[in-house]
Design a protein around this ligand. Sequence first.
Ligand code: PLP
Length: 457
Amino acid sequence: MRVNVSSHDLKVLDHKHHLHPFTDHGALGVDERRVIAKADGVWLWDSDGNRILDGMAGLWCVNAGHGRQEIVEAVRAQMSELSYYNTFFKTSHPPVIELSEMLAGLTPDHINMVMYGSSGSDANDTILRLVRTYWALQGQPDKKVVISRKNAYHGSTMAGASLGGMGPMHSQGGLPIPGIHHIDQPYWFGEGMMTDMNEDEFGLWAARELERAIEEIGEENVAAFIAEPIQGAGGVIVPPSTYWPEVKRILESRNILFIADEVICGFGRTGEWFGSGYYDLKPDLMTIAKGLTSGYLPLGGVLVSDEIAEVLHRENVEFFHGYTYASHPACCAAAIANLTILKREGLVERVRDQIGPYFQKQWKALESHPMVGQARMVGLFGALELVPDENDLKKRFANEGKVGTITRDHSFSNGLVMRAVRDSMIISPPLSISEEEVDLLIASTRKTLDDAWNDVR
Ligand code: PLP
């Protein structure tokens, strides 16, 4: 790192040489960008010296909070012992073995194997190849189609973005790739409310979209259904309570694999170790990343049921797939240290029993604000639906996304990182957040809503 470079000069260099992900560069002026220079706990400091509350835990990943020296130390020690080796061709190494055992202790009883990658996106690529390979090995090579949902997010690689249901992503690069089918999502506030169904009926209807799709495509052609227990990047979409029980019923009577994408929901975000646990789901495969290392180093993976592992373990079977940096020793060491912290400090149970309910109560109270149509939160992630008229919740702002962006900019000026998804505001702070920090976060949110409301009403 260069020292003594001014904040402005850093921004100039960033502007000159750095192509950012998911960014409209034409609209991003040099001084509009923020350079995050330091972090500790739930706090960030930018290169101009401002202190900002990280209400998004980075990108929904810093579950243990920033600045944990225990993780830094574990990585340092691992780097000096064995900084790299792979797990291809009959080799392994101690940290990946220890981590895999640890993960098997956290997952449902029928899931005991893990295949690693470096991110949630590449883990979902692995899954797409793996489920098709599984069915081919079972003598059913036609079972190739994966059913997913509109407005789902499963990553940015070709398979990840195709499995995801984001229209703007599909519009670039000729996506989705063949063999992916998208059904409607269980988004009550955004879509269900506009129909003549009540919330429970809408949840059943959305679940039965899966049944209808299976019938249309033919069960003999469907490999799997993939879903986030709660859609994160789509807008923290908490399904109606009728949704998951009905999906479970449909899946139980079909010979189709169920993939739970736990990249955001996993590792405590819902107050359970996995979102599948929160909804009592029984996935065959689970995608993990983010909270696995709390983002300290990149690591992702696919958790695999015994039934699938047994097929892959047969003699003369080889899954021709793997990444150089999968199960990187330093990343595994970071994950072990991170999971040790989550367990020792009881951070997951704390979300379920203490800080989650404390936060949820104050978040729900934001519904009294004239611009908030709905405030929802599960565990420690939530959304605020912004509306122009609190007396007509079906009304939306013109130019979808504009008010969300205005609100997000005010939020940052008020010392809080929130994310805008269309015209809803998203929050997902580190699980280590204290009650005092929740109070500060809520106060900043109220101020932000007032500032934005002054601009738009
Ligand atoms: N799956 C879900 C549910 C996600 O939210 C994300 C990222 O936000 C991904 C997959 C992709 O993970 P990554 O960004 O690590 O590739």
